[in-house]
Design a binder for this molecule. Sequence first.
Ligand SMILES: [Zn+2]
Length: 171
Amino acid sequence: MRKSCSQTFTHKVKFRDWEFEVNSELTRKTYAKAIGGFSEGCDCKYCLNYYPQKDEIFPEEIKILFEDLGIDYHKESECVSSFSISEFSNVEEYLDKLHGYGGWFHFAGNIISGKDLDSNQNIYDITPITDKFSIGFRQKNDLSFFESDVPLVQVEFAVEIPWIIGEVVED
Ligand SMILES: [Zn+2]
């Protein structure tokens, strides 16, 4: 019996200074099976503030890239807040100013060329796409949705978003 080779097809995706080898079919299937993003499964206030804003968080350029890669941006593997309460001197400021978040996704494939976040261990050298959104790539598989043992690229992002849920978090 011949082994199915449907999961070995790859194509090249270019994005800015990067070139990736991508199995978008496997990536798309994996995201279709995932029931939701990390933030939907969490009831902390950071996540409650994050998930209703997903459609606004990702710049158009990134939505197009994710479509090529097979990633569903609604289904992040991890979502973390990167701001500290001490950045805000009072509740009004807290509700007015933007709040830093980060998170990541994966796609099946490899980085062929372009910056790899792991190649420089000292600096977290993430690339700005807009004044609020930055992105970077590394060969890694933290908390991935993928069941098979294929090489994965971890797509890491940082973003600044408003606080929309009213309730303020305490450290
Ligand atoms: Zn949470």
